[in-house]
Design a protein around this ligand. Structure first.
Ligand SMILES: [Mg+2]
Length: 367
């Protein structure tokens, strides 16, 4: 235990995620109070509120009707989960550039353990800054990040400076940080629990540290141990990497639509080199190469081939992708996006062997 390396955990949380995606795609909404959720006339709830809407006290999970009462000028938009999933996929690709130890909590939140990257990279704080920058440049969205020695503290840290924030709790800062940390900021402590702590004269983690363990057990049963450790900044939970990750991919939307097959082939070769880099940093190999082509009219097709062996090498992926591309370009239609991805990854618990054959062409439709 004493020889165990202090871990470096980053918690990344997108700012007002669904609302921010909508505002990004409709710039005329910038600076407006925007809610994604049910219409105010119905019985729906707020799924996400822009920071302008939050100024009126509008919060997630509040009934839309109540949000409308707080500010009748609020703009209500229905959710578009396809868009949020696409942005979430982009964000996860960015995380995997920096470590394979990524544990997504939801579409817009994840823990990363970067401890083992610190021999190559100057600091966890530098990685958090780089991730925030990549997300901003590639998705047009902002994220907040927390850096700390464990998950519990990293999650609290990411909330400290929202939006577009970065907050670092160094191991030597933990005791001082907890001393005054209000219980209201602690995940897993709701209103009712706070009221019970208030009866014990406790409203901060520092005060909670004064309560003996048997007293916590008596009052809170099984949760007593959690509170005891939490107040001391102790959290042994590991970051559980995303076992359900199904593919690693890369794509590019061109500044201008392209029709020249040689230009497109060259672009595809560049993409396979980028894909190789992502596969390596994620520590996975895959067997199924999928090409995605989006035409000028947004019509999108995908074509796949499955290899007989796992690979993470551009040299192996490239001829497959080129073959797939050649089969797609007989339409003389301008192309606006090319993507290439690898699925059938070797990180899956159980692989189905049946039906997988070398160079078996697959046909799919993309959105
Ligand atoms: Mg969020």
């Amino acid at each position: 235990m004493g020889s165990e390396r202090i871990r470096k955990i980053i918690h990344v949380d997108m700012d007002a995620f669904y609302a921010s995606v909508e505002i990004r795609d409709r710039p005329e909404l910038a600076g407006q109070p925007v809610v994604v959720g049910g219409p105010p006339a119905g019985r729906g709830v707020v799924l996400a509120a822009s920071y302008e809407a939050r100024k009126f006290g509008i919060r997630s999970a509040m009934p839309s009707a109540a949000a409308h009462r707080r500010n009748p000028d609020t703009i209500f938009l229905p959710p578009n989960f396809e868009k949020y999933r696409a942005a979430s996929g982009q964000i996860r690709e960015i995380f995997h550039r920096y470590t394979g130890l990524v544990e997504p909590l939801s579409l817009d939140e994840a823990y990363l353990d970067v401890t083992d990257r610190l021999d190559e990279i100057p600091s966890a704080t530098w990685i958090a800054q780089a991730i925030k920058r990549d997300i901003r440049e590639e998705t047009g969205l902002t994220a907040s990040a927390g850096v700390a020695p464990n998950k519990f503290l990293a999650k609290i840290a990411s909330d400290e400076k929202k939006p577009d924030g970065l907050f670092v709790i160094r191991p030597q800062d933990v005791a001082r940080f907890l001393e005054t940390l209000p219980l209201a900021k602690v995940p897993g402590i709701g209103k009712a629990t706070r009221a019970r702590f208030a009866e014990l004269g406790v409203s901060t983690c520092g005060e909670l540290q004064q309560l003996p363990r048997p007293l916590l057990d008596r009052h809170f049963g099984k949760r007593g141990g959690y509170f005891y450790n939490m107040a001391r900044g102790i959290d042994e939970r590991r970051v559980e990497p995303d076992r359900l990750r199904k593919s690693v991919g890369i794509e590019d939307t061109f500044a201008e639509d392209q029709v020249d097959p040689e230009w497109l082939r060259q672009k595809l070769i560049d993409l396979t080199i980028g894909l190789e880099r992502r596969l390596r940093s994620s520590g996975v190999k895959g067997r199924t190469v999928t090409l995605k082509v989006r035409f000028a009219d947004f019509h999108t097709i995908t074509r796949s081939r499955t290899l007989d062996q796992f690979t993470d090498e551009a040299a192996t992926i490239r001829p497959q992708a080129e073959g797939l591309l050649a089969g797609c370009l007989n339409l003389e239609e301008p192309v606006r996006l090319l993507g290439v991805s690898l699925s059938n990854l070797d990180n899956q618990p159980e692989e189905a062997e049946a039906g997988d054959q070398l160079a078996l062409p697959g046909i799919g439709e993309g959105g």
